[in-house]
Design a protein around this ligand. Structure first.
Ligand code: 5AD
Ligand code: SF4
Length: 462
């Protein structure tokens, strides 16, 4: 047992959150204790994201603060882990505040690096030099071992957790940094995933979300058979205690698509929810993005999903202001959003990422103002649709898995009332806010919807 305390900050996507949970687990296992206070911690770790420049800037400005803290407490150890560590490598190590730089592939060694750094006060860097090369067997095994021991201790939301189905990505969308920071696609062995889910279920986990950058391309061949995501869903469904299963993110492609949708339709535990980013509604832009579909083909995939799984909730992602995007291209995106009728979508302004094909070969032609304007316009189009879809819930009773206290307690408050409220999500990922005891966190509850807004449903315990 050592008496040192660690504070971990996480900036980023679900993959990053999962890595944070794994690192937290590993450090606790090594005898460290966690602290919520950065000022008092002996070790500060920052888990990072490189998908957009803004995410990296937030980390850099945070490192600026840490530099000041370090001036009064030079003994603290600061580590940057994850995608930005992989991308910037030695450049980050030169930062006055930074002692450890550790890429996503090297996180199994994090406890070792932290211990070393505390003892020897020397800087450590561990990243992958040739990131697009197939990960070595040794590294894959280390990652697998690190990952599969993960159990429920570090659930950020009670009784639900992410489970990685795959690492890396092979799609090489021209704007995207992920393949260059997380390396090539590798599917985890189904037996390891299922074992892990069983252990999580034993600890009370009710909802698991299988993660992969293009999770529908999950494929693992053993001597007996080739497993696809539909097989994983089937096997996970058989685990007692697991009630809901989600998976994100899906790439719009035919491969395994019907099988996955059929599994969703046939298996009651598989949530009727699909996150399937289109990125653009213009065929010209989709081609420049190296997305291998047209807008019509994409809409056909959505039709198929709604055919096989009636009532399915669909979410999307879009990038506005990609190089060469004209007003006409953008209006095609608007039209696609109108046709797609997403439950919600995430809209991002294009951000050139160093080393990607788009950044190297295409000029960032769309001005910041135009990106901003298109972002606002697309959000408004989606908000109207989300609002209409939300209103369909009025008077209905939904089942939610309760996450805990709502961060915005005032939203559904009666006159002048300001007591805490609970927040939960339906199987289709709708956010529901209602009054109730905190003991419901991690449990299922039935809520009658009495009021709606585009992104939130409000109600009363039924
Ligand atoms: N600029 C803006 N958005 C991006 N995304 C990925 N790369 C970029 C980029 N360079 C968005 C995509 C993806 C989501 C996770 O982030 O929409 O689906
Ligand atoms: Fe990036 Fe495309 Fe892979 Fe998604 S599918 S992680 S956008 S390269």
């Amino acid at each position: 047992m050592n008496s040192k305390t660690v504070h971990i900050k996480s900036f980023g996507c679900q993959m990053t959150k999962l890595d944070t949970a794994l690192v937290t687990s590993a450090l606790k296992e090594a005898g460290f204790s966690l602290t919520g206070s950065e000022k008092e911690a002996d070790v500060v770790l920052i888990n990072t994201c490189s998908v957009r420049r803004h995410a990296e800037q937030r980390v850099l400005s945070h490192l600026g603060n840490l530099k000041h803290i370090k001036q009064s407490r030079p003994e603290i150890v600061v580590g940057v882990i994850g995608c930005m560590a992989q991308r910037l490598g030695s450049e980050l190590l030169e930062h006055d505040a930074v002692d450890i730089v550790c890429g996503p592939t090297q996180i199994p060694q994090i406890a070792e690096f932290v211990t070393q750094s505390l003892q020897e006060k020397k800087k450590t860097i561990a990243i992958t030099e040739k990131i697009r090369r197939q990960t070595s067997k040794k590294q894959t095994l280390a990652l697998e071992k690190f990952e599969s021991v993960f159990d429920a201790d570090d659930r950020q939301i009670p009784n639900q957790t992410f489970v990685r189905a795959m690492r890396g990505c092979n799609n090489l969308c021209t704007y995207c940094i992920v393949p260059y920071v997380r390396g090539p696609e590798i599917s985890r062995p189904p037996a390891a995933i299922i074992e892990q889910i069983k252990r999580l279920a034993d600890k009370g986990v009710k909802l698991i979300t299988l993660l992969g950058q293009a999770v529908n391309s999950y494929k693992y061949t053993t001597c007996e058979k080739t497993y696809c995501l539909a097989d994983l869903l089937q096997m996970a469904s058989e685990i007692e205690g697991i009630e809901w299963i989600r998976f994100v993110t899906s790439y719009p492609a035919e491969k395994f698509y019907s099988e996955i949708l059929k599994a969703m339709a046939d298996l009651p535990k598989v949530c009727n929810y699909l996150h399937i980013p289109a990125q653009s509604g213009s065929d010209k832009i989709l081609k420049a993005m190296n997305r291998n579909y047209t807008a019509d083909k994409y809409l056909e995939l959505l039709d198929k999903a709604r055919d096989i799984v009636p009532g399915i909730a669909i979410a999307g992602d879009f990038i506005v202001g990609f190089p060469g995007e004209t007003e006409k291209d953008f209006q095609q995106t608007v039209s696609l959003v109108q046709k797609a009728r997403y439950k919600n979508c995430f809209i991002f302004k294009y951000s050139p990422r160093p080393g990607t094909t788009a950044e190297e070969k295409l000029q960032d032609t769309v001005s910041t103002e135009v990106k901003k304007k298109r972002n606002i316009e697309l959000l408004a189009v989606q908000e109207k649709i989300s609002d209409e879809l939300s209103k369909e819930f009025l008077g209905k009773t939904v089942v939610v898995l309760v996450e805990g206290l709502s961060k915005k307690p005032h939203l559904n408050a009666k006159n002048g009332e300001n007591r805490p409220q609970l927040v939960g999500r339906t199987a289709t990922d709708c956010i529901v806010v209602f009054n109730g005891p905190t003991s419901l966190a991690g449990q299922f509850a039935k809520v009658k919807i009495t009021k709606t807004s585009p992104l939130t449903l409000f109600g009363e315990l039924a």
